[in-house]
Design a protein around this ligand. Structure first.
Ligand SMILES: *[C@@H]1O[C@H](CO)[C@@H](O)[C@H](O)[C@H]1NC(C)=O
Ligand SMILES: *[C@@H]1O[C@H](CO)[C@@H](O)[C@H](O)[C@H]1NC(C)=O
Ligand SMILES: *[C@@H]1O[C@H](CO)[C@@H](O)[C@H](O)[C@H]1NC(C)=O
Ligand SMILES: *[C@@H]1O[C@H](CO)[C@@H](O)[C@H](O)[C@H]1NC(C)=O
Ligand SMILES: *[C@@H]1O[C@H](CO)[C@@H](O)[C@H](O)[C@H]1NC(C)=O
Length: 495
């Protein structure tokens, strides 16, 4: 009897109490006084003891079946933006209420549309210098695509060593915006690692990119047709600029073309680039005092989440001819010279994550000043177009989803350019008896999906629809069939 008992205790120690996950468990979060629906872990994975290279992660265990649900890595873009962006404002386990005025902390409630409802999800701050991640050697803050992909891959291998109980789960990589570069380049490292016999063996199953940076030419050509399609520029300007630039807008070849492109920019300059259909104001004060906003527009930023949708500049997107080019990619703070950012409200994340007690609770280094998007790194886009990466990975059968909102024109064009056979023609997909967006399926498991009426950060603007496609993504074998499915758990659909 006694021996059996000892055996059970030992087994328990071996399987469930490993050092890192034990020390990383979050037991309390300032601002939240309820009970956690699943376990949360966070802390650093140290990639080099001597130079003190540390990547920070926050891991939310699935609220459904942790042992079977996929493990999903989430990365925000920038470059320089923290993945707490996704955690606080998009699909994290909590909804945040605005900070109380008397120096109080933002109050947290559970988010009914958290992606942790259906997956184990890791929020990673990368590269070094971003969010809570750091290195003691500041030369690590001069970085780029290649280093970031290699370091993130090293992070994953170490992370799975710390959490071996999740090694067998299907593993996916996801992200948005500049993560349109991080995701496929990291996926490529993972696949190369698998080919080379890297240990531990990751059960890699596919990736998803939301509104991703992809290719200088396709992204750079996207604005003009988009602006025309959305009636933001006149038909005659569209014809003139198309003729002058000979249909190539990404790299103007003559003065006439440049002049007309400037005119296009002028027409769209005052729009909210992350959601052109919504006004570029958000604070309560602006709503009350800014007489330029028609009253029918004043509540447009509201969703079912308690925080109004941010109108932020951070996180790169198109249009506005700000396409990422080879070489140095200025971070947003660098572009803006530290000046005030129009349409921005990062107050809730900033006040919560810089609170001493919060940092302690999530095992972050105390003296880090957390910023949504940092200007402390010097980042080089050194891996060029992402199209060859998508080609290589899809050719090997890894399922990919590209989700899109504004402007979809660039991504639509490059997915078409791969030349893959269309196996599921452009059609609506549904959520709650409504058209939620459109989808087109290509051979090699490449799916293109739009979310109707969404801004740049889809889970922020359309949390229900985002959870819907996220769930369907890996629920079955075939996303296309899933998108047709009428028996979907979160609501009926008419197909
Ligand atoms: C939790 O916080 C809410 C809102 O501040 C409050 O109404 C509630 O009483 C608190 N519950 C507990 C158990 O402290
Ligand atoms: C910091 O990193 C650079 C580049 O890897 C290296 O050359 C240098 O020796 C490092 N400095 C220290 C103090 O470790
Ligand atoms: C315009 O583009 C077409 C097709 O891309 C090309 O054949 C033609 O030479 C271009 N004309 C000029 C003036 O660049
Ligand atoms: C993908 O890239 C790897 C590594 O460079 C290469 O060995 C492989 O042949 C490529 N596969 C395809 C289908 O392009
Ligand atoms: C598509 O993905 C599924 C699920 O991962 C896989 O079984 C299948 O082989 C893939 N199909 C192709 C054509 O690569």
């Amino acid at each position: 009897m006694e021996t059996v008992l000892i055996f059970i205790v030992l087994l328990g120690l071996l399987t469930f109490v490993n050092g890192a996950s034990k020390g990383a468990l979050i037991t309390k979060l300032p601002g939240f006084n309820g009970s956690f629906p699943s376990k949360h872990y966070s802390g650093y994975v140290t990639l080099d003891e001597t130079s003190g290279k540390n990547l920070f992660y926050y891991f939310v265990v699935s609220e459904r079946k942790p042992s079977e649900d996929p493990v999903v890595l989430w990365i925000n873009g920038g470059p320089g933006c923290s993945s707490f962006d996704g955690f606080v404002y998009e699909h994290g386990p909590f909804n945040f209420q605005a900070a109380k005025t008397h120096g109080g902390l933002p109050q947290l409630q559970l988010n009914p549309y958290s992606w942790s409802k259906v997956s184990n999800i890791i929020y990673l701050d990368a590269p070094y210098g971003v969010g809570m991640s750091y290195s003691n050697n500041k030369s690590d803050y001069i970085t780029g695509d290649t280093k970031t992909a290699i370091d993130s891959h090293a992070f994953l291998l170490k992370w799975f060593e710390l959490y071996p109980e999740f090694l067998m789960n299907p593993f996916y990589i996801s992200g948005e915006s500049y993560a349109g570069v991080y995701v496929p380049t990291l996926a490529f490292q993972v696949v190369k690692g698998l080919d080379a016999g890297a240990k531990p063996v990751l059960n890699f199953k596919g990736y998803m990119v939301g509104n991703g940076v992809t290719d200088e030419v396709f992204d750079g050509n996207a604005l003009v047709p988009f602006a025309h399609g959305m009636a933001l520029i006149s038909g005659s300007l569209f014809e003139d600029v198309t003729a002058a630039c000979n249909g190539s807008f990404w790299n103007s070849a003559n003065d006439k073309c440049s002049e007309l492109l400037e005119k296009v920019d002028g027409d769209v300059a005052d729009l909210n680039i992350y959601d052109i259909l919504e006004p570029c104001f958000h604070s309560k004060e602006a709503k009350e005092t800014d007489t330029r906003i028609p009253s029918s527009f004043k509540n447009l930023g509201e969703t079912e989440r308690p925080l109004a949708v941010r109108k932020r500049m951070f996180g790169r997107a198109w249009p506005f001819r700000a396409q990422v080019r080879e070489g140095l990619v200025p971070t947003w703070p660098q572009i803006l010279h530290g000046g005030g950012v129009p349409c921005t409200d990062d107050e809730v994340a900033t006040s919560w994550l810089n609170n001493k007690a919060v940092k302690k609770a999530i095992h972050a280094k105390e003296n880090i000043i957390w910023e949504l998007c940092t200007g402390n790194i010097e980042y080089y886009h050194d891996l060029g177009s992402m199209i060859p990466y998508h080609k290589n990975l899809t050719a090997r059968g890894y399922p990919v989803i590209m989700t899109l909102c504004v402007p979809y024109t660039g991504s639509e064009a490059w997915t078409r350019s791969l030349g893959y056979k269309i196996v599921d023609e452009w059609r609506p997909w549904y959520f709650n008896d409504q058209v939620a967006g459109y989808t087109q399926g290509y051979a090699h498991n490449l799916t293109f999906l739009t979310v109707k009426g969404s801004g740049h950060t889809v889970p922020e603007y359309k949390p229900k629809e985002a959870l819907a496609f996220f769930t369907r993504w890996f629920r079955g074998k075939n996303l296309r069939e899933e998108l047709r499915d009428c028996s979907w758990v979160y609501g009926p659909c008419r197909c």
